[in-house]
Design a protein around this ligand. Sequence first.
Ligand SMILES: CC(C)(COP(=O)(O)OP(=O)(O)OC[C@H]1O[C@@H](n2cnc3c(N)ncnc32)[C@H](O)[C@@H]1OP(=O)(O)O)[C@@H](O)C(=O)NCCC(=O)NCCS
Length: 147
Amino acid sequence: MGEEITICKAETKDHVELRKLQDLTREQHIVDGEHAWQVWIRYCDVMKAVSDDKIVGAALGFPTKDNRVLVHQVFVHPEHTNKGIGTKLLSELLKQNPGKDHFLTTGTDNDSAKRVYEKCGFEQKEFIKGYYRPEEDRYVYEKPKGQ
Ligand SMILES: CC(C)(COP(=O)(O)OP(=O)(O)OC[C@H]1O[C@@H](n2cnc3c(N)ncnc32)[C@H](O)[C@@H]1OP(=O)(O)O)[C@@H](O)C(=O)NCCC(=O)NCCS
């Protein structure tokens, strides 16, 4: 008798186990984070903020299968925060897909990120308890198209 294998959709609780298996099996010469950025830049929307020829911030959005855009990353170098860069990056990212609803998640205590999202017109819609691990809660923010 051969090994019995079931193929089915991954569940939200699987993320830690998947990550570990990916580490064990990935092509060793490809750094996973670099692979992800290459894919995001080629196939999604990545906006960058540049100062003195250096990238000091970025915002990334990608389409989801329910035809929305997930804002997956917004970050600014710590020496350049609180100068409006995060807000500008997200505003420019939103312009890439003006006809689509956008959404994102953020840590419940990430006050500067929440402020940026609210300045860009996002509204807090949902609280998800234990998003990554039992003690790591997150808010879902949404910005419907045209708002
Ligand atoms: C979140 C982040 C992208 C913001 O970038 P930024 O360039 O500083 O953003 P902006 O300058 O456009 O706006 C920051 C706002 O937060 C406010 N702020 C900063 N610290 C704050 C705090 N502790 N509590 C409340 N508001 C705060 C600022 O006053 C500013 O609001 P204002 O314009 O009304 O004064 C940046 O801090 C960062 O990279 N953080 C680490 C990565 C991260 O957490 N990304 C979000 C993941 S969900």
